[in-house]
Design a protein around this ligand. Structure first.
Ligand SMILES: [Zn+2]
Ligand SMILES: [Zn+2]
Length: 109
């Protein structure tokens, strides 16, 4: 009772088989269940294509960020920001020469 040789064989086989399946899955990758969860569902801005996980984030982006992006672009390079102070700091820091010469030419004119 208890030590049936056939059962031991079967159990041994199950352990070996399980290990093989595990290594096989780790090689090919375990398929993840698709659908059924809200994860990965994103809200994309129609204007610029940025994606947000929450609709409220997208709304605040469209309201406060997206519309202002276009207005606050650096005139010397591709830098963009939605904060006026950021743009001013960027221009002074990165384009101080151009900024000064433009200001000087405006003054002398
Ligand atoms: Zn946008
Ligand atoms: Zn710039």
């Amino acid at each position: 009772m208890g030590s049936d040789p056939e059962c031991r064989l079967t159990c041994q086989y199950a352990v070996e088989y399980g290990a093989k399946v595990k290594s096989f899955l780790s090689r090919v990758g375990v398929p993840r269940p698709v659908g059924g969860s809200n994860e990965g569902k994103e809200f994309a801005c129609a204007a610029c294509g940025r994606t947000y996980r929450h609709q409220s984030s997208l709304r605040s982006h469209m309201r406060y960020e997206c519309g202002r992006d276009r207005h606050l672009a650096c005139q010397y390079c591709q830098y963009r920001t939605h904060q006026k102070s950021n743009l001013k700091a960027h221009v002074i820091r990165m384009h101080v020469a151009e900024y000064r010469s433009r200001k000087a030419s405006l003054n002398t004119d």
